[in-house]
Design a binder for this molecule. Structure first.
Ligand code: SF4
Length: 360
């Protein structure tokens, strides 16, 4: 009998430390903040625009989105909201792949972003040409990509998934006897492989925020708070996931905080999510899971440096000037729509509430 051979991970592009920007949250005096808020509210009306923000953005932006009839959610639900909303301009506060997905699903609308340089380490770790070559070497595998990829990578995929839908899609493919090529997050891919037993060849990318959570420090924190429940996003390392009382997407984590019978939670995901967790579960206590801290090997722990590029000043500026419009090559968009639509159709067929149950 032969020992089972573990599939080898695919070749990720390793980010150089200088490619990971320092976290620079916007600092505003109260008077400037109020003036910007008023200006943005006026511009949204004048421009027939609506704000769509991710859970990881600054709470100030999330509040403004809620106050102006916009939406705060995960990436696919952001795109769904933008598609259904009558506004002709969508202002996506998040990272680039979210703006691209919004544009692909809403090609007739103008999509603006506060900063087009807001990237994602998963997207950056998976360049389209290298990924296409990897796919070409494994033509027998079904290509499944996470939402956190460029339009060009999605255009090479058979399926797009989110963290809230990955298990169902992979189980479905496994039942059809399909072998999977997965990209780009190795931790999420490993977790999905463990949960489903599917044959998955993994790309070797990682999220710089979630990968920084530390298992030993988490164990010590749990010992200090024995009553706390641990909520973990599956982009985190296996040793961190192993300590979780709940593993799931951003929307799932918020729902778990509301639903679970506990008063204290240790949370391993980007702390921007605490704003919505406090709204969903007022009175409960949320503690950030420990990370490696800032140092030579960790330039952006705790906060996503690219999400932090979204701020009120830049938002007001793009609304005033029309700068930072998101464009996707129409041929690429047409092909990238295939795996996105496949996920939406799959969810609909299963009567699954996919919107609001997925993540970036
Ligand atoms: S938190 Fe991680 S996965 Fe999310 S946008 Fe930032 S780098 Fe990408």
């Amino acid at each position: 009998m032969h020992a089972k051979v573990e599939p080898q991970p695919g070749p990720a592009r390793i980010l150089r430390p200088e490619e990971i920007p320092a976290v620079q949250p916007e600092v505003l005096e109260p008077a400037e903040r109020e003036a910007l808020r008023a200006r943005i509210k006026r511009l949204l009306e004048e421009q027939d625009a609506v704000l769509v923000a991710h859970y990881y953005t600054d709470p100030e932006l999330q509040r403004l989105a809620d106050e102006t009839g916009g939406h705060v959610s995960d990436s696919l639900d952001m795109a769904r909201f933008g598609h259904e909303h009558p506004a002709s301009t969508l202002v996506v506060c998040g990272v680039r792949f979210m703006g691209e997905t919004a544009k692909i699903l809403n090609p007739e609308k103008r999509v603006l972003m506060p900063d087009l340089g807001a990237e994602c380490s998963l997207d950056l770790a998976c360049p389209a040409e290298a990924f296409a070559a990897f796919c070409d070497r494994h033509p027998d595998r079904t290509v499944v990509v996470y939402a956190n990829t460029s339009a060009a990578v999605k255009a090479r995929a058979d399926w797009m998934v989110t963290s809230g839908s990955a298990l169902d899609v992979v189980r479905h493919l496994k039942a059809r006897g399909e072998r999977i090529l997965w990209a780009p997050d190795r931790h999420l891919g490993r977790w999905v492989r463990e949960q489903t037993g599917a044959d998955m060849l993994l790309w070797d990318g990682a999220c710089v925020v979630h990968e920084s959570f530390q298992a030993e420090a988490l164990a010590r924190l749990r010992a200090e708070h024995p009553q706390a429940k641990v909520l973990v996003h599956p982009e985190s390392p296996a040793e961190v996931v192993a300590q979780a009382d709940y593993v799931g997407s951003t929307s799932g984590i918020i729902e778990a905080a509301r639903r679970m019978d506990a008063e204290v939670f240790i949370v391993a995901t980007e702390p921007g999510i605490f704003h919505k967790m406090r709204e969903a579960a007022p009175g409960k206590t949320f503690i950030e899971a420990p990370t490696g801290g800032r140092g030579a090997t960790c330039t952006s722990c705790e906060r996503c440096p690219w999400m932090a590029m979204n701020g009120l000043r830049r938002l007001a500026q793009v609304l005033e000037t029309g700068a930072n419009e998101v464009h996707v090559d129409p041929a690429v968009a047409e092909r990238a729509l295939v795996p996105i639509r496949r996920l939406l159709d799959f969810a609909r067929a299963r009567r699954q509430e996919i919107y609001g149950n997925n993540d970036a």
